[in-house]
Design a protein around this ligand. Structure first.
Ligand SMILES: NC(=O)c1ccc[n+]([C@@H]2O[C@H](COP(=O)([O-])OP(=O)(O)OC[C@H]3O[C@@H](n4cnc5c(N)ncnc54)[C@H](OP(=O)(O)O)[C@@H]3O)[C@@H](O)[C@H]2O)c1
Length: 161
C-alpha cells in the first residue's frame, strides 16, 4: 500500500487502534477521518455522502469493532451476540459493498479489515467476538481473491492490547 496521497475512510477512528491509525496517516499527510453508523440504510446514505464530499476517497479501513464477554453455558439474552455480529461482520460487509463501485474507479484502492488474534486462538469467554473475527478473516480472503488486480486487500490482526 502506498502511504501518501490517499484519502482514507476509517471506521472507529475516534478511539485506540483506529485513532492511532488515523493519526499515523495524518502525520503522513494522507488521511481523512469519518464515522459510520452500521444500519444498512444509514451506511448506504452515509457512504454516498462521503463519496460526494470526497470523490478522491481510495482507502477504506474497517476498524470499528466491539467485544463482549459471554457465558455460553446457559440461555441468555442474545443482544450482545447480535450486536457483535452486526458491528464486526455486517458493518464491514455493508460498508465495503456500499463503496466498492466507487473504489474500483480510483487509483491505488485499498480495503483494510481489522480482525483479531482471537479469530485464530479463540477466548472461550468471548465466543461470538472470536467467531465474528474469524468470519471477517475468511471474508477478507474471498474479497482479496475476487478483487485481485482491482483493489488491494489488507488484513490487520492485532494481538491483545
Ligand atoms: N484493542 C485490542 O486489544 C484489539 C485486539 C485485536 C483486535 N482488535 C480490533 O481492533 C479494532 C479496534 O479496536 P480498539 O481496541 O481500538 O477498539 P475501541 O477502543 O473499543 O474502539 C472501537 C471503535 O469502534 C467504534 N464503534 C463501535 N461500534 C460501532 C458501531 N456500531 N458503529 C460505528 N462505530 C463503532 C467506536 O466508536 P464509539 O466509541 O463512538 O462507539 C470506537 O471508535 C476492533 O475491530 C477490535 O475488534 C482490538
Amino acid at each position: 500500500m502506498q502511504l501518501t496521497g490517499n484519502t482514507i475512510f476509517i471506521t472507529g477512528g475516534g478511539s485506540r487502534i483506529g485513532r492511532e491509525l488515523a493519526r499515523r496517516f495524518n502525520d503522513l499527510g494522507s488521511a481523512d477521518r469519518s464515522r459510520a453508523q452500521n444500519g444498512p440504510a444509514a451506511i448506504s446514505t452515509f457512504s454516498q455522502q462521503v463519496v460526494k464530499q470526497h470523490p478522491e476517497l481510495n482507502v477504506l479501513i474497517n476498524n470499528a469493532g466491539i467485544m463482549r464477554y459471554e457465558d455460553l453455558s446457559k440461555a441468555r439474552d442474545l443482544h450482545d451476540a447480535e450486536a457483535q455480529i452486526t458491528t464486526n461482520l455486517l458493518g464491514p460487509i455493508r460498508l465495503t459493498n456500499a463503496l466498492i463501485n466507487h473504489l474500483t474507479t480510483r487509483a491505488n484502492p485499498v480495503v483494510v479489515n481489522v480482525s483479531s488474534g482471537l479469530a485464530f486462538v479463540p477466548r472461550s469467554d468471548a465466543g461470538t467476538y472470536g467467531a465474528s473475527k474469524a468470519a471477517i478473516h475468511s471474508y477478507t480472503l474471498s474479497l482479496r481473491e475476487q478483487l485481485k488486480g482491482q483493489v488491494k486487500l489488507i488484513e490487520i490482526t492485532p494481538p491483545a492490547a
